[in-house]
Design a protein around this ligand. Structure first.
Ligand SMILES: Nc1ncnc2c1ncn2[C@@H]1O[C@H](COP(=O)(O)OP(=O)(O)OP(=O)(O)O)[C@@H](O)[C@H]1O
Ligand SMILES: CC(C)(CO)[C@@H](O)C(=O)[O-]
Ligand code: BAL
Length: 537
């Protein structure tokens, strides 16, 4: 693990890293203010899993602290932080001075500083209403970090939901080529959100602090019974907090998680957010309340059966099968139709950035109708995408970064309303990390080789030895697991199903049963709840 205090040093290191690799490498950044706890380390762990290199910045940013706030008292534990990062296999720590980041040590006269100003509407409520200048400070320092590190992904906690929303919008509006990844809030066993500022709590206050989470839970209970209106939800929180006079609520609010606009009723999702003082400590917390149909993510190595299983699961449960392959085929078809060279990645990036793919499951599945209709830019390409020409080039298209980035965004748009099932290598870890049901299908190399041998024979594509096929599958697994883009990974909360000794129908039945157990869906697809209430914290 390397330590850098200067911009030049870190930039040179990262340039050397990038130059040292022939394959596409990715940098993950975890910005922090130090005093690391398990919440921070959950971000580092996620960054470690998803990137070639991980950079953690530790910088208590004066610009985001108000005059009467705790800049001088903010917890600092650098030696321990470095030990934690080393144990977490962080590649580089960025420890800049104020001067290294701002060009001056004196930030007292803000009129002489370049700053990044978030949309006032995003700062009008929640912490922005009580911490004037805070989010300008956050946005300014994070944009500097984005320019210096140039990460592919940057990781932030859901605990700081308004910060996450603002930085996500900043990356989009200022066209940073950085994916802002939101990570779940890590909590103590009693529900208190981990925070560096928890250290300000006395023993007595620490015992009271979980009341904040209990207040959110009271509203969650109402929500899960179908209450979607603002006032009853806020009242449930308020009544719980008022049970202890030592809790001084600063705000209790319900806003849209992306725009921070106040909500009178939850249509698809709402952010229930609170801030309260307990003695000197100002604590914040929130819950994401979602009313959407469930999502199923099915991952697994090539040959595990996921491509066969997934559309059938979708059909049985009345869910939309988000056929990734069909989406990549549609882009390939369009490129061929526009006579764009498949290896002209710039032209392909231009094309895919301006295309819209629509997938629809026919209302009535007659015998010879496809289980999914596919449009690209309103052209029905359901049949055309299965042509030998498209088949010949789809892999080359799917390997292009711009194509994947665009299609993942379109897949996630489908996911916002839920009711989808999707298969791939990283659906449960990357595309839909908040999927309600995650399945990881496995099968031994031997079994997958056996299946492949039968498949090739049936298609008249040759008679290969099992030894050869096993070697090919072993190599394919290694390649898929080490990809920089869309690596094969099993989500920690995925349910593994080994299909070695299972018929396809049995695998399908197991997944359908798991869905009904986990999501509580009755036996007929007509009864699928149109608005499953789900919370994330
Ligand atoms: N409990 C947590 N779960 C998940 N992420 C967290 C948690 N606490 C902090 N983070 C994230 O870690 C990153 C660094 O946060 P920061 O260094 O300010 O720590 P903090 O615990 O939020 O401190 P503070 O007391 O200032 O809130 C931010 O993206 C923040 O959202
Ligand atoms: C993102 C951040 C590191 C910027 O200083 C800070 O706001 C924090 O720790 O959440
Ligand atoms: N994560 C909180 C940053 C701040 O309060 O400044």
């Amino acid at each position: 693990m390397r330590l850098f205090q200067t911009v030049a040093g870190l930039r040179t290191y990262l340039a050397t890293c990038r130059a040292s690799k022939t394959i596409d490498c990715q940098i993950g950044l975890v910005p922090t203010m130090g005093a690391l706890h398990s919440g921070h380390l959950s971000l580092v762990k996620r960054a470690r899993e998803e990137n070639t290199w991980v950079v953690v910045s530790i910088f208590v940013n004066p610009l985001q602290f108000g005059e009467n706030e705790d800049l001088d008292n903010y917890p600092r534990s650098l030696e321990r932080d470095l030990e934690e990062c080393k144990a977490a296999e962080v590649d580089a720590i960025f420890l800049p001075s104020v001067g290294a980041l701002y060009g001056t040590e004196d930030l007292s006269d803000k009129s002489r500083l370049f700053q990044v100003i978030p949309p006032p509407e995003m700062m009008a409520r929640l912490c922005g209403a009580y911490r004037p200048g805070h989010f300008e400070g956050v946005a300014t320092v994070v944009s500097k970090l984005f320019h210096i590190v140039q990460p592919d992904r940057a990781y932030f906690g859901q605990k700081d939901a308004q910060q996450l929303a603002i930085l996500r919008q900043m990356a989009a509006d200022l066209r940073f080529p950085v994916e802002v990844v939101g990570c779940p809030t890590v909590r103590e066993a009693d529900g208190l959100a981990l925070s560096s500022r928890n250290r300000y709590l006395s023993l007595e206050e620490r015992a009271i602090a979980p009341q904040l989470y209990r207040g959110l839970q009271a509203a969650k209970g109402l929500f899960e019974q179908g209450e979607m209106a603002r006032e009853p939800l806020l009242e449930a929180v308020s009544l719980t907090l008022k049970k202890d006079a030592r809790i001084e609520a600063q705000y209790i609010d319900l806003v849209h998680p992306a725009t921070m606009e106040p909500l009178e009723v939850i249509e698809t999702e709402g952010l229930l957010a609170i801030a309260a003082y307990l003695g000197k400590a100002r604590l914040i917390d929130n819950l994401l309340l979602k009313t959407r149909r469930p999502i199923i993510a099915i991952d697994g190595p090539a040959g595990s059966g996921k491509t066969t299983v997934t559309p059938k699961v979708a059909e049985i449960l009345g869910l939309l099968y988000l056929d990734t392959g069909a989406m990549y085929r549609a882009v390939t078809w369009l490129a061929l139709d526009k006579k764009i060279l498949i290896n002209d990645e710039a032209a392909i990036a231009e094309l895919v950035s301006q295309c819209t793919i629509r997938l629809e499951k026919p209302e009535i599945l007659a015998n010879n109708t496809p289980s999914l209709r596919v449009w690209i830019n309103d052209q029905d390409v359901t049949t055309a995408i299965r042509s030998p020409n498209v088949t010949a080039y789809v892999s080359a298209i799917a390997a292009q970064k711009a194509v994947r980035a665009t299609l993942v965004e379109q897949q996630r748009t489908y996911g916002r309303n839920g009711g989808v099932v999707m298969d791939g290598r990283d659906i449960g870890t990357y595309v839909f990390p908040d999927a309600e049901l995650k399945i990881f299908l496995t099968a031994s190399v031997q079994e997958r080789a056996r299946r492949r041998q039968i498949d090739l024979k049936e298609k008249g594509q040759g008679d290969f030895s099992l030894e050869q096929l096993e070697a090919d599958i072993y190599e394919r697994d290694k390649k898929d697991s080490s990809r920089a883009i869309a690596p094969l990974r099993q989500a920690s909360d995925a349910i593994e199903i080994n299909t070695d000794h299972l018929a396809i129908d049995t695998v399908i039945d197991q997944i359908v049963s798991l869905y009904r157990e986990k999501i509580g869906i009755s036996l007929t697809t007509d009864d699928v709840s149109p608005d499953h209430h789900e919370t994330a914290d």
